[in-house]
Design a protein around this ligand. Structure first.
Ligand code: BGC
Length: 722
């Protein structure tokens, strides 16, 4: 449709019909089934049974046959034949589940993220979905928050690069093309910073930090073309995001020139009442619409109150019309007026879902997402010896992680190992699955004298421990991050039996693993790797794939150290090696300042040496390092560039990631890696605007945020490429 036709259509709609376009409900609200978890109250919302007509979009309908039926019924009833748009949470795959986003980010590979998103779009588009509520670009620093699993970690730059890659993967060149989705970036803004890591809690941060650290990833996703953005539940500078004009108008619409659709989060319009900034649903509707929320998700304050608000002149019709036009534009951009079913096809669901090609890619990406944290000459394991396998994740197929409603199980570690070992070469013990906290089950059964007898003949035991997948994700905040008592005990017992212990941690967040590290000869962070989890882990354990993941979130020593992240602001009394025994510096008496494992950390079966760090000041300014693989194995190293601005007008982080390169290296191969330094890398949000300040900068290249080589150099505008 042309713009003129869309405007004409808009003007033929009455107020109720307009409001239908701005209302999104789950099928359960109009007589359908609820396949996925509702992540909030449905308030018994029931629009009349023919009612799909009273709404414009559907939340989390997840199969082609229901979608086609709903769309058909709707179009028959709607005198204007405006198609429904189907939106869903396709977070890390649809039927083929990829690693949780936090894990995938550890591959430091935009192409992995893009590929996973492309496949997720393919699989979900044939099931009738048009829009995915992904990527989540929320920056995270607190592993107590359950949704860290859905993020790309603690770094603004990496978060931006990977969020943009996800958008490209979902949308391709154009979301109206076959097998593409429109992407909705979320949760605008700063939802990843709830106080105490407690879900839906207060967010309180400075404007400078919001601008410099928290906003860039949303912006990167929008710059990559994301068609929608979702408001967050939290407050930003004391105004809930859903009613926040500074965010939604001044920054999003005016400064960033965003012309797509803004959708509320699940009942976040209604929650303005709980926040205490709206006395009733009418005020909530008015404030949200005035802020610029186009679609209200899972509540009907727009439907219920906007007609009277307009009648009473409390809200202008322009607000309503602008919002409706945004939605009609999106439907039009997706080609839904011409083809309201888009890619929905039950036949294609059968052939495309979980296809061998998709699974092979998921397996590779999963193997690149796990992070090896310790290896005392024990991995890869010897395939010719019997091996022990213990712990609640040894045989568990529940390895997909939260937000994987399209599938329920994946390949267990045991199944993966059985591809290379005969069953009588794997001795199993203590494999009872772990329950989840909401069911009041927080541990595995205690060990007894019989529990580990079956492992007697094995020299090496793989012990697969962690947290239940539903203890992660939305509503999965936790105050204690240690492994459960009986799991820690299991690891200690194995060590005291003289076993070589390979510990695998299945979790959606950095856990407190300091207590078990001494009892583990090798330790790998296995996250939740999705459908191909067991196969990918077997590939790594057996050395068919050399581990290459690097942490994107710092691991704390203990919860008392949280938040702990690498890019902290410089303090006036920094702790250094020289003042280690001084009291009056910024340190803990009983715990280091640095994390247990830092951002960027991860090892492999190869060893890489860095030499010849150099800076070239002939334009363009560059910094280089030579990396040598001094092992007999081909491996992948992720070379990381960090920068610190040493004398600036406001306090800056002690280092910030500004570039990375993932380089494959053959045995004994050396490569020189060069990073051009650009003005953009050094531009930041100062007191009240974005600026570049000439001055001294420390340029650092390293294996991780703690292990870098550096030099200080004066940089001004004369150094940029001409
Ligand atoms: C979550 C969103 C999600 C929505 C719809 C909310 O509770 O915060 O991320 O997209 O539910 O399922």
């Amino acid at each position: 449709m042309t713009n003129k036709q869309l405007l004409d259509l808009l003007h033929t709609l009455n107020t109720t019909e307009k409001l239908a376009q701005l209302t999104q409900l789950n099928p359960v609200c109009f007589g359908g089934d609820c396949i996925t978890d509702l992540t909030g109250p449905d308030f018994g919302l029931r629009v009349s049974n023919e009612a799909s007509i009273a709404i414009g979009s559907v939340l989390n309908c997840d199969n082609a046959s229901d979608m086609i039926e709903l769309q058909k019924k709707h179009l028959e009833q709607d005198p204007h034949h405006i198609p429904l748009i189907f939106m869903a949470d396709i977070i890390h795959g649809f039927k083929t589940i990829f690693p949780i986003p936090l894990a995938m980010s550890c591959s430091f590979s935009p192409s992995n993220v893009e590929e996973a998103a492309r496949i997720a779009a393919h699989e979900s588009s044939v099931s009738g979905i048009h829009v995915t509520f992904s990527p989540m670009a929320d920056l995270v620093r607190d592993p107590r928050w359950g949704r860290v699993m859905e993020s790309c970690g603690e770094d603004p730059y990496l978060n931006g690069v990977l969020s943009a890659a996800a958008v490209t993967g979902y949308q391709g060149e154009d979301p109206s093309f076959p097998y593409k989705l429109a992407s909705c970036v979320k949760h605008f803004a700063a939802y990843g910073m709830p106080e105490g890591g407690r879900e839906y809690n207060t967010v309180d941060l400075s404007y400078g930090t919001l601008r410099d650290i928290y906003l860039p990833a949303y912006k990167a996703a929008l710059d990559a073309g994301a068609r929608l953005i979702m408001s967050s539940f939290n407050i930003v500078d004391r105004i809930p995001a859903t009613a926040n004009k500074v965010l939604m108008q001044d920054i999003l619409r005016k400064e960033w020139d965003f012309s797509g659709v803004v959708i509320s989060d699940f009942n976040s319009v209604g929650e303005l009442i709980h926040h205490g900034v709206a006395k009733d649903g009418a005020v909530a509707a008015q404030k949200s619409m005035e802020a610029g929320i186009d679609i209200e998700m899972m509540s009907t304050h727009y439907l219920d109150h906007i007609p009277s608000l307009i009648e009473e002149d409390k809200l202008s019709i322009e607000h309503l019309d602008n919002a409706v036009l945004n939605v009609l534009n999106l439907k039009n951009d997706l080609g839904l007026f011409e083809n309201p079913y888009k890619d929905a096809s039950t036949e294609q669901e059968d052939s495309i879902h979980l296809s061998p090609e998709h699974r092979a890619k998921a397996r590779r990406i999963a193997a690149e997402s796990a992070v090896l944290l310790k290896n005392e000459y024990i991995l890869p394991i010897d395939q010719n010896k019997k091996i022990g396998l213990a712990g609640p994740f040894a045989c568990s197929p529940h390895v997909l992680g939260s937000w994987s409603a399209g599938s329920t199980t994946g390949i267990s570690l045991y199944e993966g190992l059985l591809q290379s070992f005969s069953p009588d070469c794997i001795c199993l013990a203590a494999t009872e699955e772990l329950g989840c906290s909401l069911d009041g089950i927080s541990d595995i059964p205690p060990l007894n004298s019989e529990s580990l007898l079956s492992l007697e003949e094995c020299e090496t035991v793989i012990v697969a421990v962690g947290e239940h997948q539903s203890d992660t994700g939305e509503g999965g905040s936790k105050a204690f991050l240690r492994l459960s008592h009986n799991q820690e005990n299991l690891i200690q017992c194995l060590k005291s039996m003289g076993k070589k212990v390979v510990t695998l941690i299945f979790s959606g967040r950095p856990l407190e693993i300091a207590p078990i590290l001494p009892y583990s000869d090798a330790l790998m962070q296995a996250w939740f790797l999705g459908t191909e989890s067991g196969n990918a882990l077997a590939d790594l354990l057996l050395g068919k794939v050399n581990p290459s993941g690097r942490l994107t979130m710092s691991f704390p020593y203990t919860t008392g150290q949280i938040p702990v992240y690498y890019n902290r602001y410089a303090t006036g009394r920094p702790a250094t090696a020289e003042n280690a025994h001084t009291r009056y510096v910024s340190r803990y008496l009983d715990c280091p300042v640095s994390p247990f494992f830092s951002f960027g950390y991860g090892i492999s079966y190869s060893e890489f040496k860095y030499t010849d760090f150099s800076i070239s000041t002939t334009r363009p300014l560059t910094v280089s390092i030579t990396v040598h693989n001094c092992s007999a194995r081909t491996g992948i190293e992720t070379v990381q560039l960090y920068i610190r601005h040493i004398s600036s007008s406001v306090v800056r982080p002690i280092k910030e990631l500004k570039g990375f390169k993932r380089i494959p290296l053959e045995p004994d191969e050396s490569r020189t890696v060069t990073f051009p330094i650009t003005r953009e890398m050094l531009t930041y949000f100062g007191k009240d605007s974005y600026l570049f300040e000439p001055g001294n900068y420390e340029l650092m290249i390293g294996k991780n945020a703690e292990d870098t080589i550096s030099a200080i150099i004066y940089i001004d505008d004369t150094l940029w490429a001409v």
